[in-house]
Design a protein around this ligand. Structure first.
Ligand code: SAH
Length: 343
C-alpha cells in the first residue's frame, strides 16, 4: 500500500494505463485530493467509481500527527510525529507577500555542519514524498490558509533525498496538485555538487539556495564537512552553471558567526568569488543553540560585511529573523523533544 499523497502526475498516469484506465483521468484524482481536500475515498467526487475502487486497493489516505505547536508573532512552528515515531519540524511564516512554509526532507541529517542543530542528531531516515506533501496540506487545512511559497530549508539535506525531493516538487508545482509555481519554491543545499548539475537538467527547476557560509576552503572545511568532498571553487562553478542554464539567480546563504567568517577580509574574498555572476548573498544572523559555542556576529560586524559586498555591487540582503523566540532555528524543537523522550 502506498500513500495517495505520494502519487505524482507521472506515476498517476502510469498507474492508470497499467490498470486499464485513461491517463486523462489523473486530473480528477488530483482535483479530489488537492482542490476538494478529500481525506478518504468516500469523499472523492470527481473520480469515477470504478477508479476509486481500484485506487483503494493500492493506496491509502495517510494521516499526520501534530505533537506540538509553538505560536510566535509571525511564525508558527509544528512538530510532527511520523508513523514510525520519528519527528520532523515545519515552520510557517506569515509574511506580507503571503504564507511561506519551511519544510523538512529528512528526519535528522548526516551533513554534520558544526553550527546546525539538525546535524547533531544523525539522519534516521529520508522522508517520503507524501511526508513532504503532508507538511503543506496539514498546515493549509489546520490554519485554513493557502501556502504561497515553500522553502525546502528545514531539517535534512534535500539533495541527499533527491528522488523524493523531485517527486515532491512535481506535485507541489503541478496546477492540480499544490499549485505553487516553481518561482515560489526554493531548495537549499549544503553543496552536493553533482546534484546541482542534475537539478539544472530538470525541465522546470525551482530556485536554488546554497549554504556557503565561508569564502575560503580552510574556514568552510571547519564548518561544513561536505566542503572536503566538494570544495568552494567546484561549488561556485556549479552555482554559476545552474544560474546560466536555468536563467535564475542563485542565493548564497551566509550565517554570520562571530570571529569565524565575518571579517571585512572575508567579505572581500566573497566578493571576488562571486564577481559578476548572478549569485546573491543572504546574510543570516546566527540563531544560537545551547549545544555549541558559536556566537552571533554583532550589528557592526554584519553592517561592515554588508557594506563591503555592496561596494563591489554584489546583491546582498539580510534575512529578517523568524522564530528565534520559539526555538524555530533548524532542528531545535526536534532536538529538544528527542532529549525529553530519552529522559
Ligand atoms: N541542508 C540544507 C537545508 C537545511 S539548513 C542546507 O544546508 O542548506 C537551512 C539553512 O539554515 C542553511 O543555510 C543552514 O546553514 C542554516 N542554519 C542551520 N543552523 C542555523 C542556525 N543555528 N542559525 C542560522 N542558520 C542556521
Amino acid at each position: 500500500m502506498t500513500s495517495i499523497y505520494s502519487l505524482t502526475p507521472t506515476k498517476a498516469a502510469e498507474y492508470l494505463e497499467e490498470n486499464g484506465f485513461k491517463a486523462s483521468q489523473a486530473d480528477n484524482i488530483f482535483k479530489d485530493i488537492y482542490a476538494l481536500g478529500a481525506c478518504s475515498f468516500e469523499e472523492m467526487k470527481n473520480t469515477a467509481k470504478e477508479l476509486i475502487k481500484a485506487l483503494s486497493k493500492d493506496f491509502f489516505f495517510e494521516e499526520f500527527i501534530c505533537e506540538e505547536i509553538s505560536d510566535g508573532d509571525s511564525t508558527v512552528k509544528y512538530l510532527f510525529k511520523l508513523s514510525d515515531g520519528n519527528y520532523i519540524e515545519t515552520v510557517l511564516m506569515r509574511q506580507e507577500f503571503g504564507n511561506s512554509l519551511c519544510i523538512s526532507t529528512q528526519s535528522g541529517c548526516n551533513m554534520g555542519c558544526k553550527f546546525c542543530c539538525s546535524g547533531k542528531l544523525k539522519k534516521l531516515r529520508d522522508l517520503t514524498i507524501s511526508e513532504m506533501i503532508m507538511q503543506v496540506l496539514y498546515i493549509e487545512r489546520a490554519q485554513n490558509i493557502k501556502i504561497s511559497n515553500i522553502t525546502v530549508m528545514g531539517i535534512g539535506e534535500p539533495f541527499d533525498n533527491y528522488d523524493n525531493l523531485c517527486g515532491f516538487l512535481d506535485i507541489a508545482s503541478y496546477g492540480y496538485g499544490l499549485g505553487i509555481g516553481t518561482k515560489h519554491i526554493t531548495v537549499s543545499t549544503c553543496g552536493i555538487v553533482p546534484k546541482i548539475y542534475e537539478f539544472a537538467q530538470r525541465k522546470n527547476p525551482c530556485n536554488l539556495a546554497i549554504s556557503l557560509h565561508a569564502p575560503d576552503n580552510d574556514t568552510r572545511n571547519t564548518l561544513m564537512p561536505i566542503n572536503k568532498k566538494y570544495p568552494i571553487d567546484e561549488l561556485i562553478k556549479a552555482a554559476k552553471h545552474f544560474s546560466e542554464k536555468c536563467n535564475r539567480k542563485v542565493l548564497l546563504e551566509y550565517v554570520m558567526l562571530d570571529g569565524i567568517n565575518d571579517s571585512k577580509g572575508q567579505a572581500e574574498k566573497l566578493s571576488e568569488l562571486i564577481g559578476d555572476a548572478w549569485l546573491f548573498v543572504n546574510l543570516i544572523p546566527y540563531n544560537p543553540s545551547r549545544e555549541d559555542d558559536f556566537r552571533r556576529s554583532n550589528e557592526d560586524r554584519i553592517r561592515a560585511f554588508y557594506d563591503v559586498l555592496k561596494k563591489h555591487n554584489i546583491g546582498v540582503t539580510r534575512r529578517r529573523e523568524f522564530g528565534g523566540d520559539l526555538n524555530a532555528a533548524c532542528g531545535q524543537l526536534r532536538s529538544d523533544r528527542i532529549k525529553k523522550d530519552g529522559e
